[in-house]
Design a protein around this ligand. Sequence first.
Ligand code: ADP
Length: 447
Amino acid sequence: MVVIILIDSSFLFYQGDKLRQETFDKDLAETAKTLAVIFKKTSSKEIRDLDPNTISLLLSEPHDEMFYAIRDSKGQFIFGNPKVRYQEADPEDLEDKDFLNIFSDEIDGKGVRVVSIPIEHTIRNKIAVYHIQVAETRLQRQEIQRQIIFWIVIPQLILLISAMVLVRFAVTRGLSPILFLNEKITSLSYKNLTPIDLQGVPKEVDRLVGSLNRLMQELNFAIQSQNRFVSDAAHQLRTPLAGILAQIELALDTKNANEIQKRLENINESSKRLIHIINQLLTLSKSQSDALHHAEFMPLNLVAFTKQVTSIMLPAADLKHIDLGYEGSEEVLNIMADEGRLYDLIHNLIDNAIKYTADHGKVTLAVDLKDNKVRLVVEDNGIGIPKEDQTTIYERFYRGDNVNAAGAGVGLAIVKEIADIHNARIEIDSRKDKEGTRFYVYFDLKI
Ligand code: ADP
């Protein structure tokens, strides 16, 4: 800023001074031209000095002293004041028609500006060049220079300094909300995500603080739900593990081979359950919405794919003598899907249908086109889902009160996550008379 002020003031001073110099120089040249006219008249027959009265009239200035000199073509002094020095002009400069032979000098220790103008004059048929010179002290010029500094440069300096102070003030004031916010944010940590109190927040940033608070709320919620998930998952794993431990202790306490065999079978069952739960948890973590950018969507014929998954599940259905089959459309109905995740979705729905249907029951899959959506239907004639449970069953680790079959309460959470990734909608139709459940999943048709 100081540099700008210095540059600006110097520039202004330079411009003002140059203008003043030029104006004075032009005036001086005009006076010399007037003298030249008078000289020509005075010396019409023979060369003569100028009339002192005319000179005192022409060369009188209230603040300055003026001098004149008339010199011949070689610069030799003829009339006037010999102290007015002659300085020959550069021949190159003479080619410029606007050139003025003017320079600064001193007379009796006083600074002067001296102008020389050449004129041609004929006396008794003899043509010759004369130099008419006028010199003027620079008192008035210096006075004007002082005035320029006083009236232009100083106010300019004051203006710029005031502007500087104002800008500094405005910047400090403008930044104060940011500094305030910074202070508040610095005091936060992942352990302390309390929203910033909107009271006392400068209004320039209250929207930003509002957005930050919303973000922190979401973060808080995410951290809490992660913590809940970890503790729920640990709980889910602890139950079968405790069972396994108990069975091992019982087996160690007996020498009866049949008893040991029974315990080992129980351990085997519990281990399978444990592995199933771990696999479910892994699938769930892979299917979180934030895994969306890892999903690979490709066109897939849902009809063929559903039939394929159904046939893979046949052995599981056979164990309960359940009639598992496909009864839907035979057309090609394409959707955009991540094959691996879609497999988990269908697998989990069939797995539940088998699990919550009594032996010799029926589980039917179908794919059809409904309202321009590709609809997957998984229908069973099992225990059904009470109306009040139909929204909560998608929560992680939630299990219905009416179920006996083993499970971790994670299957439908996985189904929901995968449906969300595919932008698909899930609906449940579970009949009151407990005659089973129908899950519908609606996908966008890929044309
Ligand atoms: P899990 O089956 O391990 O309990 P899920 O998340 O797959 O966990 O299912 C959550 C709950 O939804 C189940 O405990 C059960 O109450 C209910 N449920 C899911 N599918 C069915 C179904 N086909 N028939 C009846 N109830 C079901």
